[in-house]
Design a binder for this molecule. Structure first.
Ligand code: NAD
Length: 340
C-alpha cells in the first residue's frame, strides 16, 4: 500500500489520474493537493474514497513538507501548473511563478522530507515546434527550444527537476506528453471549447493557421503511462508519451460539428495567438520499449466519448465558461501584439 501526493489534482489530468488510481490501486491512499486556481474544480474529486483534499500552493514548501510528513507520502506526482498557452501570453508571470518556482519549492519539500519517487508531468511543447511537412520528431535527446511563455516555464520546471536529481539525488522521473483530451478538461481548451460552443450554436473561432496540428492522446492513456513509469521506469529518466495521432485545428472543428450534427458554417477564422506553435510530434519508442506502454484508446472512439461527456454534463461546464480568464476571439485583435 502506497501513499501518493497528487498535485494539481482538481485540474483536468489530475482529476482523471486520481479517478484512474482509485480504480486501479484501491488500497493506496491519495492526498490531492491543489491551489484551486480558476482551472481547479474541487467537486471533480470530492467524495472519492481514500482521497484527502489539501488546499495549498506547490510554492509553499513548508505546507507541502508538513503534508508529506503527516500522510507519510511515498510518491509525488506533480500535475500542478498554469497550463493555458493563451493566458501565458497575457499574464506570463504567474506561469513562471508556479511552473518554475513552484516546481522548485515542491522539489525542495521532497528533498527535505524524502520520498521514494518524484514524478514530474511535462509536455511535448518544451522542444519548440516542427515544420508542418517535416518527418522530424522530438526524441528524449532533442534540445529544448521553447517559443512561448507556457512552454518556457514548463522547460524551466523540467530543468529544476533534473537539477534536484543531479545535485541532491532526489529520485525523479519525467514524462513529456502530447496534447490530452477527455472528460473534465476546462472549457478554455480547444476540444471542450469547440464542443461547448457548438452545443450552444455559437461560432467556433479557429486561429488563422487552421492547418497547425497537434498530436492527441486520451487523458486515461496518459495516466496509465505515468502508472507504468512509476512501476517500471528508471530513476532519473525521461519518457515521451505520444500516439502519432495528429489532427489539425480544422479537423477538430469538423469532427466536433459532425458528431453533434451542427453546420460547418459555425466555423470562423480569428487572428493567430502570438507565437502559435505549428506542430509537435513525439518519438515514444522508449516508453514502449522500456516500460511496455502503448496507447489503448483509439482517437475515433475516444473523441466521440469525450464529446458525448460534454453533451451529458452541461452542469459541469456551464459555470466554468464564465471563469475562463481569456476571451479567445478578442484577445489577439489589436493590443499591439506582433505574431511570433
Ligand atoms: P489544468 O490547468 O486543467 O490543471 C492544473 C491544476 O493545477 C488546476 O487544478 C490548478 O488549480 C492547479 N494549480 C495551478 N497552480 C497551482 C499551484 N501553484 N499550486 C497547486 N496547484 C496549482 O492542467 P492540465 O491540462 O490538467 O495539465 C496538468 C499537467 O499536465 C500540467 O503540468 C501540464 O503542463 C501537463 N500537460 C498537459 C497536457 C494537456 O494537453 N493538457 C499535455 C502535456 C502535459
Amino acid at each position: 500500500m502506497r501513499s501518493l501526493l497528487v498535485t494539481g489534482a482538481a485540474g483536468f489530468i489530475g482529476t482523471n489520474f486520481v479517478r484512474y488510481w482509485r480504480e486501479q490501486h484501491p488500497d493506496d491512499t491519495i492526498v490531492a493537493l491543489d491551489a484551486l486556481t480558476y482551472a481547479g474544480v474541487r467537486e471533480n474529486i470530492d467524495g472519492l474514497e481514500g482521497v484527502t483534499f489539501v488546499h495549498a500552493d506547490i510554492g509553499d514548501s513548508d505546507t507541502v513538507a508538513r503534508t508529506l510528513e503527516a500522510h507519510t507520502v511515498d510518491v509525488i506526482v506533480n500535475f500542478a501548473a498554469e497550463s493555458h498557452n493563451s493566458l501565458a501570453v497575457l499574464d506570463p508571470a504567474r506561469f513562471f511563478r508556479t511552473n518554475v518556482l513552484g516546481t522548485q519549492a515542491l522539489c525542495e519539500a521532497a528533498r527535505r522530507v524524502g520520498v521514494s519517487r518524484f514524478h514530474h508531468v511535462s509536455t511535448c511543447e518544451v522542444y519548440g515546434d516542427l515544420d508542418l511537412d517535416t518527418d522530424e520528431v522530438f526524441t528524449e535527446q532533442s534540445p529544448y527550444r521553447p517559443r512561448t511563455p507556457y512552454n518556457a516555464s514548463k522547460a524551466g520546471g523540467d530543468h529544476v527537476v533534473r537539477a534536484y536529481r543531479e545535485t541532491w539525488g532526489v529520485p525523479v522521473t519525467i514524462t513529456n506528453c502530447a496534447n490530452n483530451y477527455g472528460p473534465f478538461q476546462f472549457p478554455e481548451k480547444v476540444i471542450p471549447y469547440f464542443t461547448t460552443l457548438a452545443l450552444q450554436d455559437e461560432s467556433l473561432p479557429m486561429y488563422a493557421s487552421t492547418e497547425n496540428r497537434r498530436e492527441w492522446i486520451h487523458a486515461v492513456d496518459h495516466c496509465r503511462a505515468i502508472d507504468l513509469v512509476l512501476d517500471r521506469g528508471r530513476i532519473g529518466e525521461t519518457y515521451h508519451v505520444g500516439t502519432g495521432v495528429e489532427r489539425s485545428i480544422e479537423e477538430i472543428a469538423d469532427t466536433v460539428l459532425g458528431h453533434l450534427g451542427k453546420p460547418a458554417s459555425l466555423k470562423t477564422i480569428v487572428p493567430d495567438r502570438p507565437g502559435h506553435d505549428r506542430r509537435y510530434v513525439l518519438d515514444w519508442s522508449k516508453i514502449r520499449r522500456e516500460v511496455g506502454w502503448e496507447p489503448s484508446i483509439a482517437w475515433g472512439e475516444g473523441i466521440a466519448a469525450t464529446i458525448d461527456w460534454y453533451v451529458a454534463n452541461p452542469d459541469w461546464w456551464r459555470p466554468l465558461r464564465d471563469r475562463a480568464p481569456v476571451a479567445e476571439e478578442a484577445a489577439w485583435a489589436g493590443a499591439g501584439m506582433g505574431h511570433g
